[in-house]
Design a protein around this ligand. Structure first.
Ligand code: PMM
Length: 266
């Protein structure tokens, strides 16, 4: 059976993210929440300063950096492994210079032409997500002939571009981008076909946590943790390398159960 995925705990230092917007806007509360997620079993804390929920307006780079960099500095100072969730090269570069290990770019390098150089010239691992357009336009871009084939080929093009620009293959991860220019059926098809994305040979991150396509299983975002955790376990079985979640403790317990199943003992 595929090994236990890493758990990326979500830390949005934004006023407007769909699930945790406004909760962790000062450094102290953000750091406290990150520590709690690490204690609950997070391997990495994914720090984001710009909401990507459908319809969200973009903020400028200064505002993004004012939100995230003090938090990144504090977490790296405590030895916590940090991922910076940004589409901007300047923010990625600043966060990596403070010690961030991963650059999580929901645009896969498409939003900022400087991103590819920023990551190739850094020691960071780059997580390239499938993306077709920003939050303001993405709902109109959710048309596919065959969502799995189309996402695989569009991500494949990003891989080729990144390699041509000198990114080493062992510093690249991929993400199908659940909810980004995808309707509910697209997300479910991508999850059903996850083994095909894993077969490309790069570590795959899955970000399903509390998203709207889980609404049949929970009305509000906070009601969707069981559905999220079930997806995390199934994603683990399909070979995902990491899951990006709000409910770290529940995910860690579910992975403990899965490990007991694999070992034949608890
Ligand atoms: N989803 C959100 C934000 N960042 N990053 C990756 N790699 N994959 C995702 O699916 C993803 C992401 C959505 O917003 P949230 O931070 O409020 O969950």
């Amino acid at each position: 059976m595929a090994k236990r995925p890493l758990i990326f705990g979500i830390l949005n230092v934004t006023p407007d993210s769909f699930s945790d917007g406004g909760l962790f806007t000062d450094v102290d509360s953000a750091v406290a929440h990150a520590r709690a997620m690490v204690a609950a079993g997070a391997d990495v804390i994914d720090v984001g300063g710009e909401s990507t929920r459908p319809g969200a307006a973009r903020i400028d780079a200064d505002e993004e950096q004012k939100r995230v960099l003090p938090v990144v500095r504090a977490l790296c100072g405590e030895g916590i492994v940090v991922s910076i969730d940004t589409m901007r090269a300047a923010t990625a570069t600043a966060a990596v210079s403070l010690g961030a290990t991963y650059v999580n770019d929901v645009s896969g390098g498409l939003a900022d032409p400087g991103m590819v150089t920023a990551v190739t010239h850094s020691p960071a691992t780059y997580i390239a997500m499938h993306w077709r357009g920003d939050s303001e336009s993405m709902e109109d871009l959710a048309t596919y002939d065959n969502v799995t084939a189309d996402v695989l080929s569009e991500l494949g093009a990003r891989v080729e571009f990144l390699m041509e620009h000198g990114l080493e293959p062992n510093r690249l991860w991929l993400d199908p981008g659940l909810g980004f220019a995808k309707d509910a059926d697209h997300n479910w098809a991508l999850l059903r076909d996850l083994d095909q994305l894993v077969a490309l040979g790069y570590p795959v991150l899955i970000g399903a946590s509390r998203k709207r396509f889980l609404s049949p299983f929970g009305e509000t975002p906070a009601d969707r943790d069981e559905a999220t955790t079930t997806i995390s376990v199934l994603a683990a079985d399909a070979g995902a390398a990491a899951v990006r979640v709000h409910d770290v403790g529940g995910t860690a317990r579910a992975f403990d159960v899965r490990d007991a199943w694999v070992r034949g003992e608890a």
